[in-house]
Ligand binder design. Structure first.
Ligand code: PMP
Length: 427
């Protein structure tokens, strides 16, 4: 049994010694002491179904034995910055990762986080094109460093940083956007930004295929292909941020962008890729990657042996356990169950997403789409009491984010849907 400090003791230390800006999801935060696949356990040994941690850190499930073994084996042998010397771990993982990407996307740069990966992608695009302007979507989240905080487009995540050369295009949000599901109309705004806000040439367009932090927003059909053409004409690159959608999460495809029939020039990834170990990556073509040979790009721990050993193990587990296929089957089933709840409760305005990246938007009025913010917090809290952890997102904080580890089962899906059903029925 757990003999460490209690939740209250930890909370007191956090208040005194940790950043005051730390987020926690619940009124009474849970003290998680152990994780096993799709389950988390608190200090009293109480089990929670983790329906959120999939994107936060974990792809294969908490403490997956194969991943743990790879990490432990490598830690006992060597942990160092491999930028300086030769070591097989970084090379093996780079090769395996490249084999998962289409086209000529085969040169990998490793980082420690998604923010760093996107910073690097933006730098590469600017160097390659000689342009500074980058277009990202309103409602996007791309990171919290100087450049990426500019690309991130939700006020709650933006401090007063100098935002240089970033433009935010209309979000092709089928539920709340002004053009509904007409992707091509939204794409017109990107052309307008290029015409009226830049020299006519841009460095890049950057977007997620499904916005995660933004509240599981699927881009309107036809949007990405249309923007792809627009951006190419303006000399820019397309950067796909796969930090949340990648690695089989959407079920039908390994990468989120594949659902839109476009091949990016640069792909960034992080989070689930290391199954909890800090690891990020930027993948691009040899031609584009060449620009970084003009100076030294150095990242001490990016691609270190332990992180890349973990990354390789993750890829193997995804294949061995058919996790992408599982995301499709279990995700489709869960989406059906959640859609049935929408029929039952007016509070649910929209159910969306693909595979194991699902969103449920709560509104107090379906016509006016008034965000049900308080209700969202209440339902999350009550579901936690029932043993289910889900996330929330969206600009108004009224969208449940259901993004479990990819090993989620139908039984887990039922548990989540039943807990939501029971909670809503009591309101
Ligand atoms: N891109 C996306 C789509 C993200 O969701 C996040 C993190 N929420 C990031 C980039 C930044 O990743 P990190 O927190 O690892 O810097």
């Amino acid at each position: 049994p757990y003999a460490g400090p209690t939740a209250d003791e930890i909370l007191a230390k956090r208040k005194e010694y940790l950043s005051p800006s730390i987020l926690h999801l619940y009124k009474n935060p849970v003290n998680i002491v152990e994780g096993k696949r799709q389950y988390l356990f608190d200090e009293n040994g109480r089990r929670y179904v983790d329906a959120f941690g999939g994107i936060a850190t974990v792809c294969c499930g908490h403490c997956h034995p194969d991943v743990v073994e790879a990490i432990v084996n490598q830690t006992t042998k060597l942990q160092h910055s491999t930028v300086l010397y030769l070591n097989h771990a970084i090379a093996d993982f780079a090769q395996a990762l490249a084999s998962k990407l289409p086209g000529n996307l085969k040169v990998v740069f490793f980082t420690n986080s998604g923010s760093e990966a996107n910073e690097l992608a933006m730098l590469i695009a600017r160097l390659y094109t000689g342009c500074h302007d980058i277009i990202s979507l309103r409602n996007a989240y791309h990171g919290n460093a100087a450049g990426t905080m500019g690309a991130t487009a939700q006020s709650i995540w933006k401090f007063n940083v100098v935002q240089s050369g970033i433009h935010h295009a209309l979000n092709p949000d089928p539920y709340r956007g002004i053009f509904g599901s007409d992707g091509e109309k939204y794409a017109g705004d990107v052309q307008d930004i290029i015409n009226f806000g830049t020299s006519g040439h841009v460095a890049a367009f950057m977007s997620e295929a499904i916005q995660g932090v933004g509240g599981i927003v699927e881009l309107a059909p036809g949007y990405l292909p249309a923007v792809y053409n627009t951006i190419k004409k303006a000399g820019g690159l397309f950067i796909a941020d796969e930090v949340q959608v990648g690695f089989g999460r959407t079920g039908s495809y390994f990468w989120g962008f594949e659902a839109h029939n476009v091949v990016p020039d640069i792909v960034t990834m992080a989070k689930g890729i290391g199954n909890g170990i800090p690891l990020g990556a930027v993948v691009t073509t040899p031609e584009i990657a060449e620009v970084l040979t003009h100076r030294n790009y150095f990242n001490t721990f990016g691609g270190n042996p332990v992180s890349t050993a973990a990354g390789l193990a993750v890829l193997k587990v995804i294949e061995k356990e058919h996790l992408q296929q599982n995301a499709f089957v279990v995700g489709s089933y869960l989406k059906e169950r959640l859609t049935a709840l929408k029929e039952k409760y007016d509070l649910i305005g929209d159910v969306r997403g693909r595979g194991l990246m699902l969103g449920v938007e709560l509104v107090t009025d379906r016509e006016l789409k008034i965000p049900a913010k308080t209700e969202t917090l209440h339902v999350m809290d009550q579901m936690k009491e029932l043993g289910v952890l889900i996330g929330k997102g969206g600009y108004y904080g009224n969208v449940f984010r259901i993004t479990p580890p990819l090993c989620f089962t139908k039984e887990d899906a039922d548990f989540v849907a039943d807990a939501m059903d029971l909670t809503l029925s009591r309101m």
